[in-house]
Design a protein. Structure first.
Length: 277
């Protein structure tokens, strides 16, 4: 009987011990969860900051990549735009050149004289109204004193001839003199000026005060070089100062020297060349 009581007490102690251990485990588990939650709460701002920083770096890297792509695309578009502008400008130049050449060829066909088209390949900025050079020379049949036109405008004559090019002396040059006739038949001399503005002076052979502003002036034909009727320009200014014995009369040409790209050279017939125009 006594052994049974001892055995029963031992079992009870073991049972209580086991129950106590289980209770302690539940207690520590709850405390551990509270500790973990507390630690997580404390480190949450740090975790959030790290997460936000990661997202910011990721977004920044994407933005930088996109910005590089935008710069490359912008550069490509600018290059394409420059190419397009160059093509358009080239096309416009071709159209303008074709128009000029068509007009020159039409005039050549209408003219009773043999004409050669020449390109202006050089001119000096300081002597725009004095002389220029063309791409036809001795090898092309050019000869000194051949007449040069721009459309129906008298430009001048060939002053010097080289193998592959020639120099043209312009009517607006300082030393250029030519017999001229107004449309109202006033005879005189048209002289180039040294003012560099494309104007000539007209000196009439009479003291009659009949010349008018706006009158057209042509070659008179009293020349060994120039035939009658080549257009020189128009009377642009008349000095009416009565105190002067000789009036100052200016002739303005229609020569657009800055856009003078092609000219016509009159090739005289052999008979004309021997006897003069």
């Amino acid at each position: 009987m006594i052994r049974k009581d001892k055995s029963s007490n031992k079992k009870n102690k073991i049972l209580f011990l086991f129950i106590g251990i289980i209770l302690l485990l539940f207690f520590f588990r709850g405390a551990l969860n509270h500790i973990i939650d507390g630690v997580g709460y404390l480190f949450f701002p740090v975790q959030k900051s790290i997460y936000n920083t990661g997202n910011y770096l990721k977004e920044t890297s994407y933005a930088v990549t996109e910005y590089k792509h935008i710069l490359e695309e912008n550069k490509r578009l600018k290059t394409e735009n420059v190419k397009l502008d160059m093509v358009m400008e080239f096309n416009v130049t071709l159209v303008e050149e074709n128009d000029r050449l068509k007009k020159l060829l039409e005039m050549k066909e209408e003219s009773q004289k043999d004409l050669r088209v020449a390109r202006v390949n050089f001119r000096t900025p300081s002597n725009l109204y004095e002389r220029f050079y063309i791409d036809l020379g001795k090898n092309d049949g050019m000869v000194k004193d051949m007449i040069v036109l721009s459309g129906k405008n008298l430009i001048g004559k060939i002053g010097k001839v080289y193998d592959d090019y020639s120099m043209v002396d312009m009517v607006t040059g300082e030393n250029f003199n030519i017999s001229a006739l107004t449309e109202n038949n006033m005879l005189g001399i048209a002289k180039g000026s040294n003012e560099g503005n494309g104007e000539l002076y007209f000196e009439p052979n009479t003291f009659e005060n009949t010349i008018k502003s706006g009158e057209k002036v042509y070659t008179s034909g009293i020349s060994d070089i120039y035939p009658k009727g080549l257009y020189i320009g128009y009377i642009s200014d008349i000095n009416e100062d009565e105190s002067e014995i000789f009036r100052s009369i200016k002739i303005k040409t229609d020569i657009d020297v800055l856009n003078l790209n092609e000219v016509l050279v009159i090739i005289p017939k052999e008979k004309e060349w021997k006897n003069g125009y």
